[in-house]
Design a protein around this ligand. Structure first.
Ligand code: SF4
Ligand code: SF4
Length: 136
């Protein structure tokens, strides 16, 4: 019992020190295999997805396609063009503008393998910045 609490606490502390680095390579993979988060957890059922759409109709653009190895639903988006690009890029909803986020990773989401962003410990990121700083 204590061990589980301790593991959870260590994970929370580790997650709090994450950051995201990199630039988008516009591969479109994130829009073709979306994990949706509701109540801090990935959506696992169509019922939970319908509830999410009722709460925020912006989610109606997603369609469930399959499940990942953890049983979480993966979605694609009606606005994803055949060339892998967003057809409403200039007016895409906030949830797309916020991607990728540490909050998404904390809730169990992962970046697709094709994604050129990286989730790194904040400490490592600071070390990298320090190393890249021009010397006098
Ligand atoms: S609206 Fe555009 S950016 Fe957002 S998930 Fe759909 S295709 Fe991707
Ligand atoms: S998967 Fe990553 S690199 Fe590819 S379009 Fe999405 S955010 Fe950009």
């Amino acid at each position: 019992m204590f061990r589980r609490w301790w593991r959870r606490r260590r994970k929370r502390e580790a997650d709090a020190n994450l950051t995201i680095t990199g630039e988008c390579n516009q591969c479109g993979a994130c829009c073709a295999q979306v994990l949706l988060i509701s109540g801090g957890r990935p959506v696992k059922s169509r019922r939970a997805f319908r509830r999410l759409v009722r709460r925020d109709p912006a989610y109606a653009m997603f369609r469930p396609v399959d499940r990942n190895g953890r049983g979480e639903l993966r979605f694609t988006c009606d606005n994803l063009g055949g060339d892998g690009r967003c057809t409403i890029h200039d007016r895409r909803p906030q949830l797309c503008r916020d991607y990728p986020s540490v909050a998404m990773v904390r809730a169990g989401g992962e970046l697709p393998a094709e994604c050129s962003y990286q989730v790194v410990p904040l400490q490592d990121f600071r070390t990298l910045l320090e190393a890249a700083r021009p010397r006098d």
